[in-house]
Design a protein around this ligand. Structure first.
Ligand SMILES: *Cc1c(COP(=O)(O)O)cnc(C)c1O
Length: 445
């Protein structure tokens, strides 16, 4: 691969590519007009955004069609079903903006935009009844916080469906009010030890804005808050955030203040492919983040066309451990968006996981998976077993909406085609052990 490399002293400036300017990329010529037109159709439904780092440093433009980083970033025709694709293409031909938008929205709604009961089941409330729409609290110890200022990313992963719902708000004022509510919620819920900043990507925020949230948490001195987590792709998609951006130093200082305050700072880094780890910029960014006392843990979904290859995962985990990161989760692609394109059936996912797991050092076997973030909890496929002469899939809750479910093994009929928990049948009939309780929890909302 002949990729550009960042050199010391360079200060790359972020430029984002949207559909309208992707044609202006010198590399785009290699794609051809038909391909660009297809991307245009898909990108009207599924969000697309790339940046100069990804385009120049991660994608192999000599063979884009076969390059995982290209597929990860640029829309592919197969991401829409034939019917949806045809409907969107026809709408575009009308050139009627209203009709185009309506068609795109109708298709999106059919793609299960809010999976796993996120909307109904996870939104917490303050004691006074205020609904906290910028938060989700599903597992007892950990609460997700979606700052309004981080509802976008530097570049979108093509499999992602969490994208900006609101933009252009009065940043700092809004951040203050949100963090007051977060602090209030943590005071009312001492069982929450971890706050996970997510989005979008919190590392899209300037250090000054992010500091508003973090300082509010630190100043509140909530004794039960042990860990601040940050879910981010910045290390893989814009490592300059920690190297050369104007606020890079301020962000690292802020990280240092968190760890010095005795709060663990856990960076939940999203890496989909070992290619993302092989640039000098990424290696240096990891080193600087770790020097603040933060610990980097890594996670990724398993994706057809991108990383459905055990050897690649083994190489990625090995590289992560070498750089001092802790492999944490391998996820199964969620039942949303282009799951038909990216989805890997559970039996195959388990095969890829074990193929990788068996070839790495014990230090990389901190990783868990393949795990589904389903409505009742995070469910890992532990293995394929024989139970009294019957072929079965062994499953286990890594996280549960009811903590009593965690760690409890259970079994499903062996099914090579199933790609999600709700496609599995309990071994021997009946229902899974958690279903009655889950119904109760649903009814109680
Ligand atoms: C994965 C996840 C968490 C964090 O779970 P851990 O196993 O502690 O990393 C918290 N909330 C939600 C909704 C999640 O999906």
């Amino acid at each position: 691969m002949s990729l550009q490399e960042w050199e010391w002293g360079q200060r790359p400036r972020l430029s984002s590519y949207t559909l309208s300017n992707v044609r202006g990329l010198p590399q785009a010529a290699a794609l051809g007009e038909d391909r660009l037109a297809e991307m245009d159709v898909v990108a009207h439904v599924l969000p697309f955004k790339a940046n100069n780092y990804v385009v120049e440093n991660l994608i192999d433009w000599s063979r884009p069609e076969a390059d995982p980083m290209f597929v990860l970033t640029f829309p592919q025709r197969g991401m829409l079903s034939e019917a949806n694709y045809a409907e969107m293409a026809a709408a575009l031909e009308t050139r009627d903006k209203k009709h185009i938008d309506e068609t795109a929205n109708a298709i999106r709604l059919r793609l299960n935009p809010h999976p796993a009961g996120q909307m109904e089941l996870n939104v917490p409330r303050l004691a006074d009844g205020t609904m906290l729409h910028g938060m989700q609290h599903k597992y007892r110890e950990t609460c997700l916080f979606f700052p309004s200022q981080s509802q976008t990313c530097h570049a979108y992963c093509s499999f992602c469906f969490r994208w900006p719902q609101f933009v252009g708000m009065d940043g700092l004022k809004f951040a203050m009010r949100e963090s007051e509510q977060l602090v209030q919620y943590l005071r009312e819920h001492p069982e929450v030890t971890d706050v996970l900043f997510t989005g979008g990507d919190p590392m899209i925020m300037r250090a000054g804005v992010f500091a508003t949230y973090v300082n509010a948490l630190l100043e509140a001195r909530i004794p039960t808050l042990r860990t601040i987590r940050i879910g981010t792709k910045a290390l893989s998609y814009w490592p300059y955030k920690f190297l050369t951006d104007e606020d890079a130093g301020d962000m690292l200082d802020l990280f240092g203040r968190v760890t010095q305050a005795g709060v663990h700072l856990a960076i939940m880094a999203h890496f989909n492919h070992v290619t993302e780890m092989r640039t000098r910029a990424c290696a240096e960014a990891i080193a600087r983040v770790r020097a603040t006392g933060a610990q980097i843990r890594t996670q990724s979904p398993l994706l057809a066309h991108i990383n459905d290859d055990g050897d690649m995962w083994a190489a990625m985990w090995t590289e992560q451990v070498r750089r001092g990161c802790v492999p944490y989760y391998m996820f199964v692609v969620r039942d949303t968006g282009a799951q038909h394109y990216f989805g890997v059936p559970l039996v195959r996912a388990h095969g890829i996981f074990t193929q990788a797991y068996r070839q790495v050092s014990g230090l990389a076997r901190t990783v868990r998976g393949p795990s589904m973030s389903a409505t009742p909890g995070k469910v890992a496929v532990d293995g394929i077993v024989d139970v009294a002469g019957r072929r079965a899939m062994a499953l286990r809750f890594l996280q549960g909406r009811d903590p009593a479910w965690v760690g409890r093994p259970f079994y499903a009929e062996y099914d090579e085609a199933a790609s999600w928990l709700d496609g599995l049948r309990p071994l021997g009939g009946g229902e899974f052990f958690f279903e009655a309780r889950l119904r109760e929890m649903r009814a109680a909302r």
